[in-house]
Every structure is written in structure tokens, then in C-alpha cells.
Design a protein around this ligand. Sequence first.
Ligand code: ADE
Ligand code: ZN
Length: 332
Amino acid sequence: MSLTPLIASLPKAELHLHIEGTLEPELMFDIARRNGVTLPYQSVDEIRAAYDFHNLQSFLDIYYAGAAVLLHEQDFYDLTYAYLLRCKADNVVHTEIFFDPQTHTARGVAFETVLNGITRACEDARREWGISSLLIMCFLRHLSEEAAFETLAQALPYKDKIIGVGLDSSEVGHPPAKFARVFEQARAEGFLAVAHAGEEGPPEYVYEALDVLNVARIDHGVRSEEDEALMERLIAEQMPLTVCPLSNLKLKVVGHLNQHNLRRMLQRGVMVTVNSDDPAYFGGYVNQNFIELAAALDLSEAEIRTLCQNSFKASFLSSEEKEAWCKRVAEA
Ligand code: ADE
Ligand code: ZN
């Protein structure tokens, strides 16, 4: 029996989503036109045809180029509002959104322009549809520690709008320890911490994210399975992994979805969650990730419910909110 109706009906949270990665080709074209930005593509079809990636870097090159159409507060509003509409369609009732200020400030866009546009859309979605959201500001790890410190300083007046800091972009060659001092300051300022680790990088990067950056979650983390002691630690600590199946497929972290280790990790008791990462680039929003993964790994109804409950347990919601949503998932 198809699990699609169950997947669609269950409330869920999304914990690994880059807002710049929700820029659909149609919106990219619209915004480019109104901002007078020339894209290296003639049509939406041509953009989609360019989305043929062989690793993380080949994706990032195209992703940063696409983000260059975003200039004004309204652009960031439209981008975020469109994503939150997808949340509504997928029954995502809570989302923790990554944004990359450096991608925009490097082009002369003010930090406030980015933050205000995103925040205003989140406020509207909460009022219109009851969707809650939190923002996580990511540092680009291919840039310097100094640049990350500058970005952290820009965020300090907006502590009420940003719950945490994260680390993304090119993983290999840029280990978490490069940002040890930035994360230390960020945590001292009251930000929570997460980091991408173990997507293309080795298990050592996951250890560093835990021990040096003191993260509350690991983004991706799928390569943790290569280190048995690390797996045992993740299980013992119930350290969440925000896994992104379609992303892993499109970036060739796995050859086929039926080779994905999410179900194995779930069955061992790892706190894994399902997320979309950059859905405009990887072929689907969160429900599509569930649907394709369920088909490829033959997930059971109980496993789908557990994954939805994990999405709340691993979130930054209060324990009361977590409990209430987990109960809703059990009863739905
Ligand atoms: N930025 C956007 N998506 C990313 C990913 N999957 N890994 C690292 N950086 C990213
Ligand atoms: Zn990511």
C-alpha cells in the first residue's frame, strides 16, 4: 500500500533547509528580470538542465550563482514566502531555516536586508497558517575565520531573531576546528550551534563538530557509519542527524537511494530526521524526500511516524511543544 497519504497527513518539522536552496528557476527568472540581472541561462528549462551535479562543489558553484539575483528585501521575502507555502502543502508545521549572509553581503547586500525579508515572511506564515519558524545563520566554511567573526558581529543586534549558528559550504579541507573560536564566541553570546559534517567529509569532522564546536545537531552526518565508536556515541547521546536523502543522491554521496543508510541508522536507534536541504536543486521538498526514501528502503508506517516524531524531538522547540507534536503524530 502506498505510504504517500500517511506521509502527507503527518505533521512534521524541517531542520535542514537552506533558504537560498529553495529558489525555484521560475522565481529566479522573475527576480532576475525585475532586478535587471542577466542570468547565464535563456530559459527555465535551461536552468533545470544545468542541475546535473557530480559532487557538492559542482552544486555550490551553481547555487551561489543563482543566489546573485537576490538584491532587495522583497526578493528575500518572496523567496521565503514561497518556501513556507511549500511547508503548508507538505504539512511542515515548524521549520528551522538556514541562511547564508556572506553569500549576500559579499555582493553588497546589507545583512539587515536579508534578515528583514526572511523574517517578515516567517511572521506572515505564522499569522496566516500557524507555521512556526526559527532562523539559523550559517558561516561559509570556505571563507576565513575572520570573515565568520565579522558575520557574527553583524548578527549580535539581532539575537532575538536568530536562534543559532551553523556551518556550511565546501566541507573537505575546511574542518570544523577552523571555526572553533567563532563558535565559542557565538555560544557565549547565547546562540545554539549546529554544523554540516560527514556529508563528504570523514567521521573525524563529525567528532570535531561535537567536541570542538559543541553542536546540538549534526547536519547530514551520513558518513558517521564508517566509524563504529562514533555510531555508538551518536546513539548513546541521541545526537540528531539532519539527513537529506535526495540531496545525498543528487550530490552522489550515495549512488542510489536504495543504498542510503538512513533506515539502518534508524533501526540502530540513531536520532535521524528527513529533510530537503536545497529542494529547488535536488528534486523535491520534504514530503518528496519521505516518499522516495520510503519506496527505495521499504520504510514501514511505524518508521515514518518515528521519523516525523524525531523531527520534533531534534528541533529547538520547547519540551512542551515537542511532546504535543509527537502526540499529534502518534494519533494522526
Ligand atoms: N549549502 C547548501 N547546501 C549545502 C550542502 N548540502 N552542504 C554544504 N553546504 C551547503
Ligand atoms: Zn545543507
